[in-house]
Ligand binder design. Structure first.
Ligand code: PEP
Ligand code: MG
Length: 591
């Protein structure tokens, strides 16, 4: 592998800080080891046969793996395997298979190089086709390339779930579904080449409370298996082969971080009340039922966002009503009288995994995601809603619809919810109908139409991760533009102002559950805008509560007025730092 000599001197890489904390340990490369860096080397004529055999064996392995997945998929879900069947056909195809063999033979080169060359050619043929279906097959080619290449270079198709050492994961990319398989007793932290500021992968890292740095571009090329590395998740840096001195420095820093965290966590159960007596609800976001423990430990006033799609990932079938009922009931029972806000399935977008995976979308963030998917698959939606209504008898439940972009989606969703309630009633099954209904305001059109939507719901919850993505046109998962993902951008503040003003006028509650709420420095602005509650990843609760307890509510209204007059996120940030920066400690995340 071609990388600068990092054996004798430390190397620092800068990425995107997504989950705070420091960890020191040995690197474990989980995927694409060597796959991205394919070297060309000549082979002797006498070795050509052997090389072709090696290529054929790698293809056969991929073919067998695909067949196995197809055959193990239950009959009912066979339509979901059509992509795999296409890939199976492509594997036999003369273009890909035959041409690679010809290239090995004619050019006397290694199989990896021949495959890379042929794939580049074949891919561009597909990409230049006018038929959109055929264009999309380019993605299948990529997938196959990856699969065969892993077989060729002998890189493991690592199942994160099965890693049995205490390591720091180093990956090209980790999907939210893969990240949710991380076992805390084994993984100290992780770093990836790809990934943006508000990606779901980062969100899961925070929920797991392990340091993580994403978007490093070349981590997998620079770091080798077993290298000692330091992950500074707060600063967003990685240090490869640290010197003795650096190890000592980071050891101390890590200790200070843990001490500070412990100190503010001890105060976390105290209410979030400003110095002039304004009390705010601080809630937790969860994705996995087990995270309810952190929500309780950090003294949250309830769950403001339960991301339910993770129960649909890492599996090939849809969960049953009873399965979902059990999962929801567990959480609701533990929370007792505190509210649990269940967001209905927000599948696709960057979570296009599991049984809901349909045909590949060119632009998934704008595709069949969230409520759009549920309205197209009422059977899946009804099953989830039945489970929620049944589980709601155990506590205080709210339902929230994601990715709403029109009033009619709200009306259709409520209609299905009513029908589900009626059918449970008819079946004589216990359920609760005492449920507040809300929507996530996360698409600009929903913010613009907030006055009309407000007439149909009991509350708003602002999903700033997507609201920023769609308003500023910044892919939340793309490291190339992550520096432009600025929650304090005046365009965002103006939209937030509209949403909170509408909520006040229509007398409905408004919460914020995007990651913006989990940064202490944002709290004064969000208070001044009139948010009734903040919901965030549980590990941010202590810091944000601490900040709220240092703010005078009265000061926040003029602060917002001033912020709204500014022209850039940088200026708003500077203003906040000047006034509130001293409250933050060295280890609190800023932006
Ligand atoms: C959001 O978009 O801000 C949000 C809370 O939902 P998610 O991050 O799951 O898309
Ligand atoms: Mg969202």
């Amino acid at each position: 592998m071609n990388r600068p000599d990092t054996d004798n001197h430390e190397t620092i890489l800068n990425g995107i800080s997504v989950s705070p904390g420091i960890c020191i340990g040995k690197a474990y490369l989980v995927d694409k080891e060597g796959v991205d860096v394919v070297r060309q080397y000549p082979i002797l004529k006498s070795q050509v046969k052997k090389e072709i055999k090696r290529f054929k064996a790698a293809v056969k392995k991929s073919k067998d793996a695909l067949r196995d997945i197809i055959e193990k998929t239950p009959e009912d879900f066979r339509q979901q395997t059509s992509i795999l069947e296409t890939q199976e056909v492509l594997l036999k195809d003369k273009m890909l298979y035959g041409k690679t063999i010809d290239t090995i033979e004619n050019e006397s080169v290694n199989a990896e190089w021949a495959l890379k060359k042929v794939v580049a050619e074949v891919k561009s043929i597909f990409q230049n086709m006018t038929d959109p279906y055929l264009q999309e097959r380019a993605a299948d080619i990529d997938h196959l390339y990856d699969h065969i290449m892993r077989n060729l270079v002998g890189a493991n198709q690592v199942n994160i779930d099965q890693i049995d050492k205490r390591v720091i994961l180093v990956a090209h990319d980790l999907s939210p579904a893969e990240t949710s398989q991380i076992r805390l007793e084994r993984i100290k932290g992780f770093v990836t080449d790809k990934g943006g500021k508000a990606s779901h992968t980062g969100i899961i890292a925070r929920a797991l409370e392990i340091p993580a740095v994403l978007g490093l571009d070349n981590a997998t090329a620079m770091i080798r298996n077993e290298d000692v590395i330091i992950v500074d998740g707060t600063a967003g840096t990685i240090i490869i082969a640290p010197s003795e001195q650096t190890l000592v420095k980071y050891g101390e820093r890590s200790m200070r971080y843990e001490q500070h965290k412990a100190a503010i966590t001890r105060k976390s159960r105290m209410p979030a009340e400003t110095t002039d007596g304004h009390r705010l609800m601080v809630l937790g976001n969860i994705a996995l039922p087990e995270e309810v423990v952190s929500v309780i430990n950090y003294g949250a006033d309830g769950i403001g966002l339960y991301r339910t799609e993770f129960q649909y990932m890492n599996r090939s079938d849809f969960p049953s009503e009873d399965e979902l009922y059990d999962k929801y009931s567990d959480v609701i029972e533990v929370m007792g009288a505190k509210p649990v806000t269940i967001r209905t399935l927000d599948i696709n977008g960057d979570k296009a995994v599991g049984p809901g995976k349909g045909p590949a979308e060119v632009n998934p963030a704008l595709g069949l995601r969230g409520i759009r998917y549920c309205l197209q698959r009422p059977d899946v939606f009804q099953t989830q809603l039945r489970a929620i209504l049944r589980a709601a008898v155990h506590g205080k439940v709210r339902i929230m619809f994601p990715m709403v972009s029109t009033v009619s989606e709200v009306l259709m969703s409520k209609k299905i919810l009513n029908e589900v309630a009626e059918s449970l009633d008819k079946d004589g099954i216990a359920f609760s109908s005492d449920i507040k209904i809300g929507v996530l305001i996360e698409v600009p059109s929903a913010a613009i139409m907030a006055d009309k939507i407000a007439e149909e719901v009991d509350f708003f919850s602002v999903g700033t991760n997507d609201l920023i993505q769609y308003t500023l046109a910044i892919d939340r998962g793309n490291q190339q533009v992550s520096h432009l993902f600025r929650p304090l951008d005046p365009a965002i503040l103006r939209l937030l102002r509209r949403i909170t003003e509408v909520a006040a006028e229509k007398k409905i509650k408004v919460f914020i559950c995007g990651e913006m709420a989990g940064y202490a420095i944002h709290a004064p602005i969000l208070l001044g805008l009139g948010m009734d509650g903040f919901s965030m990843n549980p590990q941010s609760i202590p810091v944000v509560k601490e900040m709220i307890r240092s703010i005078k509510m009265e000061d926040t209204t003029p602060l917002v007025e001033e912020a709204l007059k500014l022209a850039s996120a940088e200026k708003v940030f500077e203003m906040l730092r000047e006034t509130y920066g001293s409250i933050l400690s060295e280890i609190d995340r800023t932006e």
